[in-house]
Design a protein around this ligand. Structure first.
Ligand code: SF4
Ligand code: F3S
Length: 107
């Protein structure tokens, strides 16, 4: 099993999640983070840390978010690891909970 970062992280990218991961499995892209499913040990620590509730167990992905399992697995292969919190984008607040952000994902 693994945890998965979903759509609501896009353009919010608060990075609180990376501080608690014991195995450094978060990878950073331009406006989104992903979890490497081969490294995640299902410890659950990151899930409550995300202020916009973007992280779910792969078994509890909300309807319409299933594609993000594959997206996390693919992008984790090429994006660099991130282990320390950094400032969120200046307009992060405006993007919280906005629908249809998937098309804005920058790879
Ligand atoms: Fe890291 Fe644990 Fe979250 Fe997996 S569940 S990404 S191991 S903090
Ligand atoms: Fe994204 Fe939430 Fe982490 S917005 S960067 S999953 S804290």
């Amino acid at each position: 099993m693994t945890f998965v970062v979903t759509e609501n992280c896009i353009k919010c990218k608060y990075t609180d999640c990376v501080e608690v991961c014991p195995v450094d499995c978060f990878h950073e892209g331009p406006n989104f983070l992903v979890i490497d499913p081969d490294e995640c040990i299902d410890c659950t620590l990151c899930e409550p840390e995300c202020p916009v509730e973007a992280i779910f167990s792969e078994e509890e992905l909300p309807n319409g978010q299933e594609q993000f399992k594959q997206i996390n697995a693919e992008l984790a292969k090429s994006w660099p690891v991130i282990t320390e919190k950094k400032p969120a984008p200046p307009d992060a607040k405006e993007w919280e909970g906005k629908p249809d952000k998937a098309k804005l994902l920058e790879k």
